[in-house]
Design a protein around this ligand. Structure first.
Ligand code: HEC
Ligand code: HEC
Ligand code: HEC
Ligand code: HEC
Ligand code: HEC
Ligand code: HEC
Ligand code: HEC
Length: 718
């Protein structure tokens, strides 16, 4: 059977199981919506261009807000002032930060790396300058899109390189009023830009055509920027057509009316983007308001601030007693059609509470009593969104409001401190000082607690809070110590990547063990270490680490994926399937998991199930040669040899006739349909390549060639 050969094709694609598996698996994990970690570049498809199917996901009927304005002009007009409308915008929509007016040079703390940011002929430009002993290398990018509209947090920039969309390394930090540097791997030979994943686009665009199977290839035509009407009311094409044709019909047709939805579905409307619903179960931009969101996305289970990829107001609001004991939704406090009116939002408490409900009220000075939000929905640093700046590291620009409405003793202290320290009365000044000290103690205790839980980013956040109240060298030193630990972990992770890149996987093992001694619950490190032990033949160690991955991070499928792969490689299809099923629960709609799951089904000769699985994988990535090859095999065994030949041929073309395994599969498909001459010719090509590419399959090729030659001899009358 040739199925066992597929792994060698697969692993060689990624340069040897040890390195390759790590690279591809990491690619899988990081390519997901990890905003501030660089994604590993996917291996480029270098196949025959004609064999590549370009399938752009169809627009389900989005027309854009300009069209709505035809009949809802006033509403569209007021909506244009919202941050939703500007969740993604172009430089020409302006205004850009004035700092673009002159050329700024940002010197990175990474040696030999600097950036310039400037304006040129009306374009806004970022340039990377990398200098080394080999000389200076420049990459220049024009800014095409911007995320971040309020100036209240970070503003990040995107550029098109051909049809692929990339996030640029330098961002503007509104609160700090300075440039910040994204997290990238300085050892990477690339240009430090990041691929813009589908999910990243889904939350900031109303519609953008995605090319199936690619990480970041899109079609600009028809793009609808920003979060506009139809993301909450559903695609409007049919609605518009109906009302244009029936101008007197006042009954709304084919449009979602959120007020008529159940409360859960109304929450889902906002949860599309304001929650950690990060893993897609369906193709992009296909969620329809009114449907259960869980059918379209898997909600991340990670439950600490470090794993909040977005602020996730939905999760936290649902945890408050206000939510649990009322019919409140997001629109109780936020009007989705108008620019945010902060005082109206703050007054929303009074829809349900009399000020006297506050049991603290009588103890509070008059000037503080009505600051309900400051005490019950305090701001916190969002540690998942982090930058380096010219003079600091791990800077968190965002301070969103806690949406679990509750009682926060430290927030009460801070609100009182803020009030009292402005008082001219000396006794109140003293009281303010006492409160300040209590706040410092509180945040120091928090920082130590986080540190003992190995949550260093949160610890840095807590030290930064302490530093706000006590900007002394001692506190800064504590802060710097926490920063040093996190920086060490990040640098060592980069060194691991580098060791794999240069083909020295053994060097990565002590690095990873070192990382785990600093942070024993780092899922990624367990995963990589497990793979390295596996490739070193230390199976029980490998299994232990790989099983730990999901225990440390319930949203990380790497461990199960790798355990499945190991089972498959040793020929245990049933165990493999079990593990792939688990991995798929965590990371649905992933081509690599479904591909391998399909291979395991082939191994067990469950041909129809394999067909179904691999067809699904091909729906995700229509140009995956391995899936085409696997499907070809399944169909051969199901007696559908013509289809099998077609698929195998496309796999061969996509790999430019350079992969012996693909050629062998094609030969087998020919063989099965009695096209013996073609089978022999193709197998000969496979043999020639296999000699230097995968000697392991040569015996199989030779055996097949013998069989076919006998067949050929029988067919040709002597
Ligand atoms: C050709 C005219 C026309 C266009 C264009 C149009 N609508 Fe409407 N829309 C109507 C009419 C007529 C109604 C029913 C009367 C009303 O509620 O104003 C309606 C109702 C609605 C309602 C329901 C209001 C309610 O009371 O619940 C929503 C939501 C809506 N439209 C959204 C949109 C969106 C979003 C777009 C753009 C994609 C759009 N409309 C484009 C004519 C139009
Ligand atoms: C699941 C939806 C989702 C994804 C995915 C997502 N964002 Fe956002 N983004 C949001 C929401 C919601 C906000 C509003 C901020 C908040 O909730 O605190 C936001 C805000 C922002 C802001 C502005 C900060 C501010 O509030 O001023 C930037 C910049 C940003 N996102 C960048 C990105 C980038 C870059 C990516 C992809 C790599 C990304 N986002 C992916 C939902 C998302
Ligand atoms: C962020 C989500 C969101 C966006 C964007 C949005 N809407 Fe709405 N819309 C809602 C919700 C939610 C309601 C129900 C209002 C409520 O519960 O008070 C609503 C209600 C409406 C209504 C019914 C009348 C009313 O006020 O209740 C119309 C008409 C409407 N929207 C049109 C539009 C148009 C046109 C746009 C774009 C300019 C738009 N909406 C953008 C969420 C949104
Ligand atoms: C398609 C994604 C998407 C949906 C759906 C969505 N939001 Fe947002 N929302 C965003 C993004 C992205 C931002 C940040 C925009 C920025 O600042 O650049 C944002 C910002 C906000 C803000 C901050 C705006 C401000 O002016 O301070 C509020 C409040 C908000 N959203 C509430 C809601 C509510 C309520 C709903 C549901 C009715 C909703 N959003 C639905 C993506 C979305
Ligand atoms: C009880 C009222 C209330 C409810 C309900 C509520 N919010 Fe908020 N929200 C606020 C307040 C208050 C602010 C802070 C406004 C300001 O900046 O002063 C805020 C701010 C925000 C912001 C801006 C970022 C930040 O945190 O400062 C976003 C985004 C947001 N809310 C989204 C949502 C979403 C999504 C929901 C539903 C899950 C929701 N809110 C429900 C009161 C509420
Ligand atoms: C839609 C109605 C509604 C709104 C709006 C609302 N609340 Fe509540 N809230 C409630 C209900 C109901 C309870 C539970 C009361 C009970 O348990 O008896 C509650 C409980 C609370 C509690 C006690 C929480 C705890 O964990 O013990 C606080 C504090 C609170 N609300 C503050 C606020 C503040 C501040 C706002 C405005 C930002 C607000 N609420 C907005 C309905 C609401
Ligand atoms: C300076 C901080 C502070 C401010 C400002 C404040 N609260 Fe409170 N609130 C508290 C504290 C602390 C408690 C808990 C008191 C206790 O349990 O003894 C509390 C309790 C509550 C409760 C829960 C009562 C219960 O039965 O458990 C509600 C509701 C509430 N506040 C609403 C409000 C509203 C509405 C406002 C604005 C008008 C407000 N608070 C302003 C600090 C504050």
């Amino acid at each position: 059977m040739t199925i066992g050969l597929t792994p060698s094709w697969w692993s060689r694609q990624f340069r040897g199981l040890a390195v390759g598996a790590v690279v591809i698996f990491l690619g899988l994990i990081t390519a997901l919506v990890r905003r501030h970690q660089p994604a590993t570049p996917a291996p480029q498809d270098e196949g025959d261009d004609d064999a590549r199917l370009v399938i752009v996901h169809a627009n389900p009927g989005y027309v854009g807000p300009i069209v709505c304005a035809e009949c809802h002009a006033a509403r569209v007009h007021e909506f244009q002032g919202t941050r939703h409308f500007r969740a993604c915008w172009r430089p020409e929509d302006g205004p850009m930060p004035h700092v673009f007016d002159q050329t700024t040079t940002y010197v990175s703390r990474n040696p030999g790396v600097r950036f310039t940011i400037h304006r040129e002929n009306g374009d806004y430009i970022q340039t990377l300058i990398r200098s080394s002993t080999a000389g200076e290398r420049r990459e220049t990018w024009r800014i095409d899109y911007i995320y971040g509209s309020g100036g209240r947090a970070d503003e990040v920039y995107f550029t098109w390189k051909g049809d692929t969309l990339h996030e640029l390394p330098i961002a503007w930090l509104g609160p700090q009023q300075c440039w910040g540097e994204q997290f990238y791997d300085p050892l990477d030979p690339g240009d430090f830009t990041r691929v813009t994943t589908v999910r990243c686009v889904e939350c900031h665009f109303t519609w953008l055509g995605h090319v199936a199977g690619t990480e970041n290839e899109y079609r600009r035509d028809g793009a609808i920027l920003g979060v506009t009407c139809e993301r909450c009311h559903g695609p409007g094409r049919d609605h518009v057509e109906h009302h244009r044709r029936h101008p007197h019909d006042r009954q709304p047709h084919a449009i979602v009316r959120p007020r008529q939805l159940s409360r859960e579905r109304q929450m889902d409307l906002c949860a599309q983007c304001h929650s950690n619903a990060l893993r897609a179960r369906r193709s992009p931009f296909h969620y329809l308001p009114g449907e259960p969101l869980e059918d379209f996305y898997r909600m991340n289970l990670g439950d600490d601030r470090e794993s909040d990829h977005v602020a996730d107001q939905v999760k936290y609001l649902k945890r408050s007693r206000c939510y649990q004991h009322s019919e409140m939704t997001c629109t109780t406090c936020h009007n989705p059609h108008r620019p945010q009116d902060f005082s109206a939002v703050a007054r929303a408490c009074q829809k349900c509470h009399e000020p006297e409900h506050c049991r603290d009220r009588d103890r509070l000075p008059f000037g503080v009593r009505d600051q309900c939000v400051a005490c019950h929905m305090p701001q916190y640093p969002r540690v998942a969104i982090k930058f380096h700046t010219a003079d600091d590291q791990y800077v968190f620009p965002m301070r969103p409001h806690e949406h679990r409405i509750g009682i926060y003793p430290a927030a009460r202290l801070e609100t009182l401190w803020n009030h009292l320290r402005q008082s001219p009365v000396e006794s109140e000044q003293h009281e303010a000082d006492r409160l300040r000290q209590k706040l410092v103690d509180h945040w120091q205790a928090e920082a130590r607690r986080f540190q003992s839980e190995y949550r260093f980013l949160s610890a840095i956040g807590a030290w930064r809070e302490a530093w706000r109240f006590d900007p002394s060298p001692q506190t800064r030193q504590r802060l710097d110590e926490a920063i040093a630990i996190q920086a060490r972990i990040d640098a060592d992770l980069n060194a691991v990547q580098q060791a794999l890149r240069v083909g020295r996987p053994r060097d990565a093992i002590p690095l990873l063990e070192g990382i785990l001694s600093l942070k024993p619950n780092l899922a990624r490190a367990h995963g990589r270490l497990g793979t390295l032990y596996a490739s070193d033949g230390q199976m029980s160690r490998a299994v232990k680490h790989l099983e730990t991955v999901t225990q440390c991070d319930p949203d990380d499928a790497y461990g199960q994926n790798m355990l499945g792969w190991m089972a498959y490689v040793r020929g245990d299809g049933a165990t493999a399937i079990d593990a792939f099923r688990k991995a798929d629960t965590i990371m649905p709609r992933t081509v690599e998991i479904n591909y391998r799951w399909g291979l395991a089904l082939l191994l067990l000769e469950r041909w129809s199930e394999a067909e179904e699985r691999l067809r699904f994988a091909l729906e995700i990535d229509p140009n995956h040669p391995g899936c085409l090859q696997g499907l070809s095999q399944a169909l051969r065994h199901l007696g559908r040899t013509d289809e099998a030949i077609e698929l195998a041929r496309r796999a061969v073309r996509l790999t430019r006739s350079q992969e012996p395994e693909m050629l062998l599969s094609l030969a087998e498909a020919y063989g099965d349909s009695n096209r013996v001459e073609e089978a022999i010719a193709t197998a000969e090509k496979a043999k020639a390549l296999a000699i230097w590419k995968s000697p392991a399959i040569i015996p199989v090729i030779l055996r097949r060639l013998d069989e076919w030659r006998i067949d050929a001899a029988r067919q040709t009358p002597r």
